[in-house]
Design a protein around this ligand. Structure first.
Ligand SMILES: N[C@@H](CCC(=O)N[C@@H](CS)C(=O)NCC(=O)O)C(=O)O
Length: 214
């Protein structure tokens, strides 16, 4: 298995955590999202992922993109340890939380989106950072409430074990800190993030521990 990744990509970090959590051996191919005008736009990477984004996972000659689709693929091909609960309702709640982060929050701060704000829309660094903080805060408000309803309030977003939702939370918390979001309104998320970062699957895959980290 081969993961196309960028050290600071939160979508790629989700997949790195899933691979580590399940103990799946793999190689990593760094794709620098800034250097050379963005290596994701190179001809060779376009062959890997026509969407020109990371992550992508190559397994037995097939390539998959979209972090949550990759994680579901890993879940089905390597069921243990599971990242989804056994009951249907539990699975729906975990996917609800994961999708809230991956589909509602993350796309608004993707590097391509921020470049568009800075470039054609002429926004400076200050307003761009404010844009990122605004959308993270809005998403976190809902996630904090969901975590209170469905989690143990201190260790995990859902129930009493690591799920796909936790894989989405930790990289988003990293982004929130990168953009200096005030995290005081989200004490449950802060506690869960702190606990998850004590687990090797999360800590060993953090951006700074990547071979391509700058
Ligand atoms: N929904 C996608 C998001 C992928 C994505 O936006 N990746 C970013 C890095 S976190 C990227 O490759 N950006 C490069 C670009 O927009 O040119 C997923 O979950 O995999």
């Amino acid at each position: 298995m081969k993961l196309f990744s960028y050290w600071r990509s939160s979508a790629a970090w989700r997949v790195r955590i899933a691979l580590a959590h399940k103990g799946i051996p793999h190689g990593t191919v760094p794709v620098h999202l800034v250097r050379d005008g963005g290596q994701q736009h190179s001809e060779s990477y376009h062959e890997v992922n026509p969407q020109e984004r990371v992550p992508a996972l190559e397994d037995e000659g097939r390539v998959f993109s979209q972090s949550l689709a990759i994680i579901e693929y890993l879940e089905e091909s390597h069921p243990e340890p599971a990242l989804l609960p056994v009951d249907f309702a539990g699975r729906a709640i975990v996917r609800q939380m994961a999708l809230l982060v991956a589909c509602e929050m993350h796309p608004l701060q993707n590097s391509g989106v921020l470049q568009y704000l800075r470039g054609p829309l002429w926004l400076g660094d200050g307003p761009v950072a404010e844009w990122v903080r605004h959308w993270i805060a809005l998403g976190f408000s809902a996630l904090e409430e969901l975590a209170r309803r469905h989690g143990d309030g201190i260790h995990y977003l859902y129930s009493t074990g690591v799920t796909m939702a936790d894989l989405c939370l930790v990289p988003m918390m990293y982004n929130a800190r990168r953009y200096h979001l005030d995290l005081r309104p989200f004490p449950v998320l802060v506690a869960v993030d702190a606990h998850l970062m004590t687990l090797p699957a999360f800590s060993t895959t953090r951006p700074e521990a990547q071979p391509d980290a700058e």
